[in-house]
Structure formats: structure tokens, C-alpha cells
Design a binder for this molecule. Structure first.
Ligand code: SF4
Ligand code: SF4
Length: 375
């Protein structure tokens, strides 16, 4: 085991290989407050990459309803139970990661789902925490709550799938940090399926090899965001490049949201993988639940997000989600206009923060008509 630095834990930790960060790291921010669970992302991925034989149950992208939804079944609860006693001291994680608590002779603490665990991807869908009794109605903050959690592979800095593979078939690309399975080396031992705490590697019984989300790397290589991003109806997603905290740049959307504003947080940082998909937590869920999922920064992130209307740069960047199919390297707000640009400064999109409002009179004398849909 090597000693590596995990900034999400605020400390060093043990990992199977020495620290080897890529030239730049693919990353994403998902705004949970905007997801409507339409599953367009799921289908966009499914029809692009996993429509073949042996891939029927594979959802490289899935959207689950929290608190009860999960795919495969209870993937998160099982590991949280196994991990036992995850303690934070401020922003420093004092508990053990899945690498540090691996049983003797194993590289990672994990478990392999049964076939049945993949059988009901919609269990828990739209189930809220608590019962809505007769006479109750929705108020703010919600008496009862649920939210949608869209999930893809996190292209982790310290991937458990990679650490678990006895064949060395899984690799992290040095040019963009995308984690891939080399199909020609894989022998189907499924150690990666057992090791990934997010259960984002799937075994294909037809080919006898494991497969996983590839972050649509042929698109990334062209500077275009993955399928699940560009097809997102709720415009909850933004892809980009994340730096280490001490190298964060204020004009880099990922750095700004994750390191500077700290409004987007990793999923289950306590597992120790330094995942690179970041979530803006749901503002109506209890903080204790948000903290379990997103770590100790959850309450502050919600506060920052709620204040976005008074923070013009943050509001401007949030407007940019879903506005371009290109991967955005830089952003800039000038007045009410936000621009996105690529690595070389070439403008990709220019968007207004506010749409003009046109109020039309109910009685249009010029055209001699009455607009019946006017309030
Ligand atoms: S989320 Fe799972 S499959 Fe993806 S890189 Fe991390 S450990 Fe590997
Ligand atoms: S397409 Fe977007 S809004 Fe629809 S379920 Fe997926 S992440 Fe949520």
C-alpha cells in the first residue's frame, strides 16, 4: 500500500498504487435541485452504449429516488453498514476508507451484488420519507421529502475498481483521468464489480468481461460533453476539468463550483476514492441525510446555493448548465451576460442571465382579438 493525499478527506490515506494524477481530470457537477427524473439521460446512454446482448440490466447512467431508491439494491446502505463508524472532525475524515478497512488478503472492502439486486431499478421511485396523511399538503420546507440522484461512474482519482483488478485490466487515462476497462485483458473475475462502492462496473455474461461508463471519451476527445449531459432535460449537468484545490482557478467552472464556492460536493467522500462527479445537494432534504451522502460541507453548500440570487457570478454560472454541448474550460460574467470558452479562449456560447418579459394586453385592439390565456 502507498500513502496518497485525498483532499476530500483532508488527509493522507492508504491506496494500492502511488499517487499518479492525470494531466487533467474529467469532472462534472450535477444540480440535484433541478433533476426531474425523466430518465432521458439513462436512455441516451443506454441507446448509445448498452443496447447489446448481455447488457440488458446495465445502466451506466441511472437516476434513483433518495432516500429509498438505489441501483443495484441497497448498494450504498450495505457498504455504509460494513464501514462502521465514519467520523468527521470538521473537514477531516477520521474514519476508515474502504481501502484502509479491507479484510486481510484483499485490496478493498466491498461486496458483489446478486442477480436479484439488479432486478428492480425503480424500487423506491418517488417514495418520500414519511407518510403523507389525509389533510396534509406540501409546504416549505417540505414536511416529507425525496429527491433524485443521477449517477454515472465518478472517474475517481483513486478508483477502487482499478485497485481491485488482479489482472491490471483497468486503467486511468493520463490525458483526461477517464477510467476504462481493457476488454482484451479482462478475464471476468468481477473483482471490480465487488470493489466499486458505487457499483458502476457491470459484468457482461455474454462476453465474460466487465464493462463500465466510458464518459463518452470519443466525444470528450472532440471537446463535446457526454450523451447524458447534452440530452439532460432538466439542464442539471455541466462537464469540465477539475484542478487540485491549491491550483483552483476562479474562471474554471468546476474549480469555481467545487473549490471556491464549495457548492458542489462529492458523493460518499468517506469511501476514499476522491470521486470526480460533484453534487449540489438538495435544499429541502434534512442536513443529516445530505451530510451522510455528501460529507460535512452539505449545510454550507445549501446556504450558498440558496443565496445564489445575490451572488451574480454563481448565478451566472448556474445559468450556463445545459446551454452548450461543448466542454467549458472557462467562464466569465459581464453585467447580465455570461460567456463560456474553450482552452484557447475561443467563445463557445454567450447567454443572458435574464430573459426579457413581455406582457401582452388581454384586449388586442390592433388585431381586434381577446387573448383568453392572459391572466
Ligand atoms: S465510480 Fe466505480 S467504476 Fe467508476 S472509477 Fe470509481 S471505482 Fe471505478
Ligand atoms: S435527463 Fe437530466 S433531468 Fe432527466 S433524469 Fe437525467 S439528470 Fe435528471
Amino acid at each position: 500500500m502507498a500513502r496518497v493525499y485525498n483532499w476530500q478527506l483532508g488527509r493522507e490515506m492508504s491506496y494500492w498504487y502511488p499517487e499518479a494524477r492525470p494531466k487533467r481530470q474529467f469532472a462534472a457537477v450535477f444540480d440535484t435541485n433541478k433533476c426531474i427524473a425523466c430518465q432521458t439521460c439513462t436512455l441516451a446512454c443506454k441507446t448509445t452504449w448498452t443496447s447489446g446482448k448481455g447488457q440488458e440490466y446495465m445502466l451506466w447512467n441511472n437516476v434513483e429516488t433518495k432516500p429509498y431508491g438505489s441501483y443495484p439494491l441497497a448498494y450504498d446502505l450495505k457498504l455504509l453498514d460494513m464501514l462502521n463508524g465514519q467520523a468527521w472532525d470538521g473537514s477531516k475524515y477520521e474514519g476508515q476508507t474502504i481501502f484502509e478497512s479491507a479484510p486481510a488478503g484483499e485490496r478493498v472492502l466491498g461486496w458483489r451484488p446478486e442477480q436479484q439486486d439488479y432486478a428492480y431499478p425503480n424500487v423506491g421511485e418517488d417514495d418520500c420519507a414519511g407518510q403523507v396523511d389525509d389533510g396534509k399538503f406540501l409546504s416549505l420546507p417540505h414536511m416529507n421529502w425525496f429527491f433524485y440522484l443521477a449517477r454515472i461512474c465518478n472517474h475517481c482519482t483513486y478508483p477502487a475498481c482499478l485497485a481491485s483488478c488482479p489482472r491490471g485490466s483497468i486503467y486511468k487515462r493520463p490525458e483526461d483521468g477517464i477510467v476504462l476497462v481493457d476488454q482484451s485483458r479482462c478475464r471476468g473475475y468481477q473483482e471490480c464489480v465487488k470493489g466499486c462502492p458505487y457499483k458502476k462496473v457491470f459484468f457482461n455474461p455474454m462476453t465474460g468481461t466487465s464493462e463500465k461508463c466510458i464518459a463518452c471519451f470519443p466525444k470528450i476527445e472532440q471537446g463535446i460533453q457526454p450523451q447524458c449531459f447534452v440530452n439532460c432535460i432538466g439542464k442539471i449537468r455541466l462537464a469540465g476539468w477539475i484542478s487540485k484545490p491549491d491550483e483552483a482557478r476562479a474562471d474554471n467552472p468546476m474549480d469555481y463550483l467545487v473549490h471556491i464556492k464549495k457548492v458542489a460536493l462529492p458523493l460518499f467522500p468517506q469511501f476514499g476514492l476522491e470521486p470526480n462527479v460533484y453534487y449540489i445537494p438538495p435544499i429541502h432534504a434534512p442536513n443529516s441525510f445530505n451530510e451522510q451522502l455528501f460529507g460535512p460541507g452539505a449545510a454550507e453548500a445549501v446556504k450558498t446555493y440558496r443565496n445564489a440570487m445575490n451572488d451574480r457570478d454563481l448565478a451566472g454560472l448556474l445559468c450556463m448548465f445545459g446551454s452548450t454541448e461543448m466542454v467549458v474550460s472557462r467562464f466569465r460574467r459581464q453585467g447580465d451576460i455570461v460567456t463560456a470558452s474553450d482552452d484557447k479562449g475561443g467563445e463557445q456560447v454567450r447567454i443572458p442571465m435574464y430573459e426579457p418579459v413581455h406582457i401582452r394586453p388581454a384586449m388586442d385592439t390592433k388585431n381586434q382579438l381577446v387573448r383568453i390565456n392572459c391572466p
